[in-house]
Design a protein around this ligand. Structure first.
Ligand code: DPP
Ligand code: ZN
Length: 873
């Protein structure tokens, strides 16, 4: 059993300081010659072996300073190379290996995607290219020479700057790239292929002209324009907001079809999953445009937070990921609507990260052990990591946070560092102690924050009793109190903010309570009447908040809160309370229902709220959130039925108003992805889906008409989803039409697969089996597989968790098959089981049986075995 522990971290006794790579790319095989300039550390003892990583490599030749090594001087196998007694001075180790990119279906290392040679090295893919110190704390300068057939690969790219190119005879040509910035091997990249491109340029604040290019398969060039636009805005934003300029003369992006991640931030040569590059109105939705803008920004921002300053070891992954997600969230907030962005991010956090944190795969944002690092590219590391940085910014204020970031760049540029070093710069720049705050990185689980209130009319005091508790998680039974920044306001009876003359019991600064202990009593004095508290404004800490707020208070907040996040939250809370009541068997409370309908109606009619906000507000909590709020013995069928009933009861009375809004929001303007147009479409399509879901008269026909008449994919797909999820009479016909019409475009086929897999209907499993059995279905492409089976496991709660276990078995059979081809995809899909301990006993047993059967089959990859072991622990 191979477990890596943070406590075992030690620097390597040797460093590789320079790398010269020569790739001779051929149709069948690629030969890689590596010349590594190696130096012993000052304290390395004579006779200390040099141990290099390898993965599925076979060594052709080996030499030191030009002299071939004798057989007894080294040992090499598929998993590594050891040189027993290297010289105790600087030397050059030369090795040669031969790769077969065509057969590399794991998509790590050098592989081919639709004929294009490309690489993915993070986290441990470089060892599949050559023997190396494949660890992020080894920084080296890279020079790369590539030779390839001109007809197969007229485009040759690598990191850094192009310093030479030319004809190599025999139909071959070559290019030489040099990256002046020392980097870890995980940021290495190479691309060789027959590609089209679009080009542009960006001039930095200090006047450096940067050539920009996006490469893609021929014919897709026009679909790269939005990505280019997003890139230029990202470059400008990082200068404005963080004072960070780009540092090379070239920035290239390449879109490929087969890619495990969304994208990869290789220095000067980002490689992207094509679904996060290509966009045109007829085939991409607003959500796609959003995703492209966000990920282009994310990978670009990594140039400073990730590349210039990288991670000492993979335990520190959230040092670059949490911080960079925070940065891309801020970019979107500045470019679009801050409130809408925050609400959407919290919806994602609750639907993805909270279940991870409350299930068998829970782990701290900075884990202290792993068996397979690929399984730690998780929503906890990314999204919870971003929440931690956000809390830091909330605690320090904008100026204090910026001071810390400036010091971080100043002090650690060019280093591979740690979470401790990151926190230390904020502590130093602001003269504060962050020792307790660090617990956020070390502790798993979502804290519960419970708040009770008391108003004393005689004394004119108002008291909030706060208590925090984090439930146990695997391997961490006991939890320490965390630093919780709680943004808040008190609202007076007329709806305006209420001031106080004094406050005691905890650290309170303006609109921020900082809770550090397990509990505290915060008392406000000079309070003339009972206020309604607005707590955790902007979702200022990633916790589950439990209050005693009455429905009346919640509806008051929905109307009066100056914090848009809490206005949205208040409506969600009312909906959740109704759902929980109904599921517990209580009859629906007519008064409460009418009040919620009325609040929804008022929200929709408001002049001050924008369309995108309204689209988010007019909704009920989703089925999975309701399930997790119940917390145990979940019956997804029951939740589904109750929620359907509730949707109808709340929204059917608004049918006329919603139809009026729907009609009023129609537009014949050409598609544009700006915030106002996106918001308009979001609200209009929300109206459609609510009309269809609440079974309003004429709604299915409306969906059909919108589907047929749509001038863009956003509207067409919204109509298709509404019909498919509700199972309207036209749904099957619309789905068939969509497939015929768009099935040849792989990224649109993904949409069809997603809608198909998400439908909560009997028969969906049989349909999916037929799709997978079709010989033309590309069973090695991660996007296709995830769209179908990933969507099913994560987004179809009633059919995945069927009482007869068929959904579970379908997924474990799939995992078993795909594991042989691409373990990362298999392991990721398997994480869909993380909800199984919360299900009612019959479904729990069925899930357990499916998981045990998968284990009994044996011969699983390390990726999948690791997830399975934790799932069954
Ligand atoms: N490419 C992935 C990301 O940017 C891993 N670094 O998050
Ligand atoms: Zn990232």
């Amino acid at each position: 059993e191979h477990t890596v522990y943070l406590k075992d971290y030690a620097p390597s006794p040797y460093r590789i300081v320079a790398v010269d790579l020569d790739f001779r790319i051929g149709a069948e095989t690629t030969r890689v010659t590596a010349q590594l300039t190696v130096e012993p550390r000052e304290d390395t003892e004579p006779g200390t072996p040099l141990v290099l990583d390898g993965d599925e490599l076979s060594l052709g030749s080996i030499a030191i300073d030009g002299a071939p090594l004798i057989l007894s001087a080294y040992a090499a196998d598929a998993n590594g190379l050891t040189v027993f007694e290297p010289p105790l001075r600087r030397f050059v180790l030369e090795t040669e290996v031969t790769l077969r990119p065509e057969g590399n279906t794991r998509l790590m290392g050098l592989y081919r995607s639709s004929g294009t040679w490309c690489t993915q090295c993070e986290p441990e893919g470089f060892r599949r290219i050559t023997y190396y110190l494949d660890r992020p704390d080894n920084l080296a300068v890279f020079k790369v020479r590539m030779t390839a057939p001109l007809d197969l690969a007229p485009v040759l790219l690598a990191n850094g700057n192009l310093i030479d190119k030319g004809d190599a005879g025999d139909g071959q040509h070559y290019a030489v790239w040099e990256d002046p910035f020392p980097k870890p091997a995980y940021l290495f990249a190479l691309v060789a292929g027959d590609l089209g491109s679009i080009t542009d340029s960006f001039t930095t604040a200090s006047g450096r002209k940067v050539d920009l290019a996006i490469y893609c398969s021929h014919g897709k060039e026009n679909q790269c324009l939005w990505a280019m636009d997003s890139l230029k805005r990202s470059m400008a934003w990082d200068e404005r907001r963080f004072g960070r300029e780009y540092d090379l003369d070239i920035f290239n992006i390449v879109a490929v079809s087969d890619f495990n991640f969304g994208a990869m931030e290789n220095k000067g040569l980002n490689i992207f999953n094509d679904r996060l590059v290509f966009a045109e109105p007829e085939t991409a939705t607003d959500a796609n445009y959003d995703g492209i803008e966000r990920v282009i920004a994310h990978e670009y921002f990594h140039n400073w937070t990730g590349n210039r300053i990288t991670c000492r070891d993979w335990f520190q992954l959230c040092l670059k990921e949490g911080l960079t997600v925070y940065r891309d969230q801020e970019f979107t907030s500045d470019e679009r609507s801050r409130a809408v962005k925050r609400i959407s991010d919290v919806v994602t956090l609750r639907s993805a990260q909270f279940p991870e944190d409350g299930g068998p795969l829970a782990h701290p944002p900075r884990p202290d052990q792993y068996r397979e690092i690929n399984n730690f590219y998780t929503t906890t590391v990314y999204e919870k990591g971003a929440e931690i940085v956000r809390m830091l910014a909330t605690l320090l204020g904008e100026a204090g946070f910026r001071k810390g970031m400036d010091l971080y760049f100043e002090r650690h540029d060019g280093e591979a560092t740690t979470i401790e070093a990151f926190l230390a710069v904020f502590a130093e720049a602001n003269g504060i102690d962050l020792e307790q705050f660090k617990t956020w990185y070390l502790q798993a689980g979502t804290p519960r924050l419970t708040v009770a209130e008391q108003y004393d009319a005689d004394k004119q005091t108002y008291t909030l009793r706060l208590r925090q508790e984090t439930p146990p998680t695997p391997g961490q039974p006991d939890k320490a109190p965390l630093v919780l920044p709680i943004k808040f306001g008190l609202i007076g009876p007329n709806g305006s903010p209420m001031a106080w003359s004094g406050v005691s019991g905890a650290e309170v600064r303006d609109d921020l309570i900082v809770l550090k202990d397990a509990s505290a009593e915060v008392t406000f004095t000079g309070i003339p009447s009972r206020p309604v508290p607005s707590l955790l404004r902007g979702f200022s800490a990633p916790v589950i908040l439990q209050t005693e707020a009455s429905q009346q208070d919640q509806l008051f907040l929905a109307r009066h809160d100056s914090d848009p996040f809490n206005r949205w939250q208040a409506l969600q809370d009312v909906g959740m309370a109704l759902a929980l009541d109904a599921i517990s068997g209580a009859p629906l409370n007519d008064g409460a229902l009418t009040a919620l309908s009325q609040a929804m109606s008022d929200t929709l009619a408001s002049d001050s709220l924008d369309n995108a906000f309204k689209a988010l507000a007019l909704s009920l909590p989703d089925e999975q959130l309701i399930g997790r709020t119940i917390g145990k013995d979940i019956d997804p069928d029951k939740i589904h039925a109750v929620r359907e009933r509730l949707l109808q009861a709340v929204f059917e009375p608004l049918a006329d108003q919603m139809l009026g809004t729907y009609n009023a929001l129609a537009s014949s303007a050409p598609y544009a992805p700006d915030p106002a147009s996106t918001g308009r479409r979001a609200l209009r399509n929300r109206m459609l889906s609510l009309l269809v879901a609440s079974d309003a008269a004429g709604a299915s026909l409306l969906a059909l008409k919108q589907y047929e008449g749509a001038s863009n994919m956003t509207d067409r797909l919204a109509a298709l989803s509404a019909a498919s999820n509700a199972g309207t009479p036209d749904a099957a016909g619309m789905l068939a039409n969509f497939r015929t019409r768009f099935g040849a475009d792989p990224l649109v086929l993904d949409k069809w697969l997603t809608v198909t897999a998400a439908a909560p209907r009997e028969g969906v499993i049989e349909d999916m089996k037929a799709i997978l059995a079709d010989p033309s279905f590309p069973k090695t492409n991660p996007n296709r597989l995830r769209s179908l089976v990933g969507t099913f496991a994560m987004g179809n709660p009633t059919q995945f968790a069927r009482a007869d276990g068929a959904g579970f078995r379908f997924v474990t059979d799939f995992v078993s098959d795909v594991d042989k081809v691409n373990p990362q995809v298999a392991a990721r899909v398997l994480t869909g089981f993380r909800i199984w301990p919360m299900l009612e006993s019959g479904r729990r047993e069925a899930a357990n049986a499916a998981l045990l059967a998968l284990r009994d089959k044996g011969s699983l990859s390390r990726n999948t075995a690791d997830i399975l072991t934790r799932m069954l622990a």
